[in-house]
Design a protein around this ligand. Structure first.
Ligand code: URA
Length: 245
């Protein structure tokens, strides 16, 4: 597989054009993402298309600063068309509430957009077939921080083979969708549901997200104070000539 981001990143001219549109049209995020969702809804790139009820594209704020990427839809997600609606989703909502956020403040998606049968692991060829949908999503949303939930999202988006146990809680810089983003690997909520120690670690890692977001926000240009000029005194004779007295 080619390095992540490069596969989905557009040509520099296309990125510049998209940035120009976004600068004048704050709804560009929304329109672009809706069009991408409509295209993805008909995807037949891999075998998972045959068994799905529907494509589970993603939910949340199309211009979110913070994006979560999980693994793949399960039974309930496939039925409802929304990611993370089962027990793992409830935990995700609770973790978000812990940092003062709701689903609508962030964007949530998965590596795979269709449910693998029996909730088995995603296969490499399925990930390869589906990954450009995710990279395009990231390109359109332009998040500042992408939190990867579990091994599959972390390995795909970091482009590195390191497992989640080793890299969780350590922010990385990555180029995704043609932009620099902070990648923040987290344990998958489904794994943390039944392992109290992992849940504590996930809560601790989650608590670092607000600071990571603040750090990732563009800093306002510094205000440079110019020295105040004292008024130039007018000599008396010049003042008389000017008819001031
Ligand atoms: N639900 C999802 O949408 N993704 C996961 O990775 C797990 C549960």
């Amino acid at each position: 597989m080619a390095p992540p981001g490069n596969r989905a990143s557009a040509a520099p001219e296309a990125v510049a054009a998209a940035e120009a549109v976004a600068a004048v049209d704050p709804l560009a995020h929304r329109g672009g993402l809706a069009a991408h969702a409509a295209e993805t809804a008909a995807c037949t790139r891999c075998r998972l298309a045959q068994g799905r009820t529907q494509v589970v594209f993603g939910v949340g704020d199309p211009g979110a600063e913070l994006m979560f990427v999980g693994e793949a839809p399960g039974f309930h997600e496939d039925q409802q068309g929304i990611p993370f609606v089962g027990q793992a989703g409830k935990l995700l909502d609770r973790l978000l509430a812990g940092i003062g956020l709701e689903r609508n403040d962030v964007y949530v998606a998965n590596v795979l957009k269709c449910r693998p049968p029996g909730n088995r692991d995603p296969q490499p060829d399925e990930i390869e077939a589906c990954e450009s949908h995710l990279f395009r999503q990231i390109e359109l949303i332009e998040p500042l921080v992408v939190a990867t939930l579990g091994n599959f999202a972390t390995k795909l988006l970091s482009g590195k083979p390191h497992g989640i146990t080793r890299v969780h809680g350590t922010p990385q810089e990555a180029t995704l969708g043609g932009r620099r983003v902070t990648l923040f690997p987290l344990f998958h909520p489904a794994a943390a549901l039944y392992t109290p120690r992992m849940l504590r670690t996930l809560e601790e890692d989650f608590a670092r997200l607000p600071a990571l977001l603040s750090r990732a926000r563009p800093q306002p240009a510094p205000v440079i104070a110019l020295p105040v000029q004292a008024p130039v005194p007018v000599p008396p004779r010049a003042a008389e000539q000017l008819g001031l007295f």
